[in-house]
Design a protein around this ligand. Sequence first.
Ligand code: SF4
Ligand code: SF4
Length: 402
Amino acid sequence: MTTIARSISRMFKPKPRKPSPFQLGWGKSLLLALPMLLLTALMTFGQVMSSGQPESLVLLATLLVWVFLNVLFFLMLKTGRTDRYRALLFVVMALGFIVFFMTTIIETRGSLALTGANMVSGETPFCHLVIPMIIIPAALTRTIIFPGSLLAGFASVAGMIVIWTGASLVLGRAWCSWGCFYGGLDDGFSRLLKKPVIKNINRKWTYLPYAVLLGIVLTSAITLTPTYCEWLCPFKTVTEFEAITSIETVIKAVIFVSLFVSLVVVLPILTRRRTQCGLFCPLGAVQNWTNKVNVYDVRIDPEKCTHCGHCVTNCSTFSLDDSCMTSGRTLISCSKCGKCIDICPRQAISYHVKGTRPGAHQLAARLLFLYPAFLFLATFGGGMLISAIWRILRLVTTGSMI
Ligand code: SF4
Ligand code: SF4
């Protein structure tokens, strides 16, 4: 128990090192945090108040989430560090998502097990991982091969596609460290050990997501079913799953649980890398290409770099190798988590706005990235967190989450 507690505290504990060149004084930090304070108030309280007279537990949950979001953003500004505060919110969002999702599904459908009747009535929430699978079938047959609602709410097909497209155009693969409500799981597990047990991973494995992508796009087009969702998604283990009624559904359940345990829990712990996101996720493969069209990237100053390799061994999405230190660019899979920027002893890495001179106006570039990225994470995760905390408060006060 003590070991687990020590590991969890180490996940986010600041390590002593040189002060960040981006750290700010109290006054500047407060001033720059003000827009986020107002925008998140508008988002969280505005959303809660728009649904009529909210109950006191909902208001309390909203207040807690609003304070939590703004403390983290303030700390990003004050300390000049990004990754540890991002990761804390990202992990909490992923846990909140599971509580929110499971309780909502049990409340509306009575069970996490998905039946044929649920599918016919379109009661399945759509998630962004399905997006690559629906494109060819939609073009060929004018049908969305997913048993969910097309328009109702943010978990509808249209709602999720609009959110994903907008966020990807602005942030690129930062989606995977600032938006994906599953990503916090392998991100969190990858921080449990201080040193990796498995150190050397063959870079060829980073091509696997493209193979998975190709496989599921083709099989979905041939079978007109979302094959990743039906056969391969590790996150079925912590969301909803097909009711176990046959040998086929037993096999599916075994696959889901095995992939979850290996890719999301065990391998991230042993390698200190996000193995599900970096070595398997087919949406991650698509997301890589959005890094080509979005506004921001992360740049390395070859003149400052001493080739210590610290960033290469610590990048959890396999987005740095030795070639990056001479080219000054990260690999295409960079999710802009900020970890390498925080840990580089030479302060050679920084956020960059495309079209500007690399290395110039680094503080401005960091702020120009942090505002939209954090606001997106706060918007996407805030609603789920409010709902999850409200459920937990209900459990404490009434003995039931539902
Ligand atoms: S951590 Fe900094 S100095 Fe070390 S290899 Fe990376 S960019 Fe170069
Ligand atoms: S290259 Fe740096 S910012 Fe990009 S994913 Fe790796 S650690 Fe994060």
